[in-house]
Design a protein around this ligand. Structure first.
Ligand code: ZN
Length: 429
């Protein structure tokens, strides 16, 4: 698929829209996500927001508007990459697919130490822009340094992404800064569209009291909380009885605190016992679940962010997407970083998820890439669906298929089609 950058506005190119005009955009198909696909649909925009979505013939009689017929395309919401690490973008192509999680972590630590510091910032900037050109409007970006929020603050007008930056804590012994101090070190970039929250790396790499303190800080500030969980069999073994390659890795670094006792349960159950699972928590990966884990997630309302291509790259196996969906766990989709993925395309991530989880309904795949991610980042009133009140920035993907039964599959597999194009429609100031 080719993105068409000349129609792309966030970050600076092409046709600045006049936000004060009422506009009607028409397409062969509209996939609102919040409701079933519409043939011959229209999206009305005014003042930077979507004001109506419906059949074109109805909206044409309802509004006296400037009309743009985009022809043979599918309109869909802008996508949300609910999990990435832009600060690692300079490691693109430097790590080989791993045989195990522990091997990949060791390779990552070594590659990070060897990289030239001058490469980090331009690589992150390029990756953010590339993601936006390829249909992503918001991210849940995780980092151990303030590099990404500093980049976003440098030129807020040019910064193309909405969403949340999660300043990540890794402190197996619990010895870390106070969460409030850590946040003060990484202030919100101006503009309000990209906020800074705190996250804990994983239940095995942050001590229980600190996990609770970080979650409490996010909750008290109305921000989402993110944590990698149940990513690998090594993590499951370490949480269950304190053994395996993760123990060896932490011991080598002197990170096993005196008196350490393993949780004695699954990673998801460990988060549940600490009171960390609620609708404001984003559980990243959720690959290695024990019986009952999906029910704990579903009852809590926490979202699972699936990163299937990263899981395959690390050799940990695909996420149990059908099982999570059947249990009612809200799903989001993420690419993870360029240290464990070829690119940060959410279109490619959708195609991978559909291949690895053939029982997942196509609508659920697209929802994970749009509304699911928006909800997980507490942005569902701003984006994630084509519906009244959302930001007037959405995608046109073409050439649209003729048969209604092919529309969702076309969107999911668009990244693999040479003739497909994707462009932005943006009527925002
Ligand atoms: Zn990650």
């Amino acid at each position: 698929m080719k993105p068409v950058p000349n129609r792309y506005r966030p970050g600076g190119a092409a046709e600045a829209a006049e936000p004060e005009a009422l506009r009607l955009h028409l397409a062969r198909w509209v996939v609102p996500v919040a409701s079933p696909p519409l043939e011959g649909g229209a999206v009305a925009t005014f003042g930077g927001r979507i004001v109506d979505v419906g059949p074109a013939r109805e909206l044409r009689t309802r509004y006296h508007a400037e009309t743009h017929d985009h022809g043979d395309v599918v309109f869909m919401p802008a996508m949300v990459n609910a999990h990435c690490h832009l600060e690692l973008s300079a490691l693109r192509g430097r790590l080989a697919p791993a045989g195990s999680f522990a091997a990949w972590v060791r390779a990552l630590v070594a590659a990070r130490e060897q990289a030239d510091p001058a490469e980090w910032e331009p690589a992150a900037e390029e990756a953010a822009l590339d993601m936006a050109i390829n249909g992503v409007l918001a991210v849940g970006d995780v980092g151990n340094t303030p590099l990404v929020p500093r980049l976003a603050a440098k030129d807020p007008e040019a910064w193309p992404l909405h969403g949340v930056f999660f300043r990540e804590v890794i402190a197996p012994g619990g010895d870390s800064q106070d969460p409030g101090e850590l946040h003060a070190e990484t202030p919100d970039p101006p503009g309000g569209k990209f906020r800074v929250a705190l996250s804990a790396h994983a239940p095995y790499s942050v001590a229980p009291d600190l996990l609770r303190a970080i979650k409490a800080w996010d909750r008290d500030h109305g921000l989402p909380f993110a944590v990698h969980v149940a990513e690998s069999p090594e993590e499951v073994a370490f949480l269950r009885d304190g053994t395996g390659p993760i123990r060896e890795f932490l011991e080598e670094r002197g990170h096993i605190p005196p008196g350490f006792r393993p949780a004695g349960c699954s990673p998801v159950a460990a988060l549940h016992r600490l009171g960390l699972l609620d609708p404001g928590t984003l559980c990243i990966h959720c690959v290695h679940l024990e019986p009952g884990d999906e029910a704990l997630l579903a009852e809590s309302g926490a979202a699972a962010c699936l990163c299937p291509r990263s899981n395959v790259f690390l050799g940990v196996g695909p996420p149990p997407a059908e099982r999570l969906h059947a249990a009612g766990v809200p799903l989001a989709l993420g690419t993870d970083s360029l240290a464990s993925n070829d690119n940060l395309s959410v279109f490619a991530e959708m195609a991978s998820l559909a291949r690895l989880a053939p029982g997942l309904p196509p609508g659920a795949v697209i929802e994970a890439a749009t509304r699911g991610g928006a909800r997980a980042l507490a942005l569902q009133r701003e984006l994630g669906t084509l519906s009244r009140g959302r930001v007037a920035a959405f995608l046109a993907v073409g050439p649209a298929p003729g048969r209604p039964s092919d529309v969702l599959e076309f969107v999911i597999h668009a990244s693999a089609q040479d003739k497909a194009v994707c462009y932005w429609i943006e009527d925002t100031p």
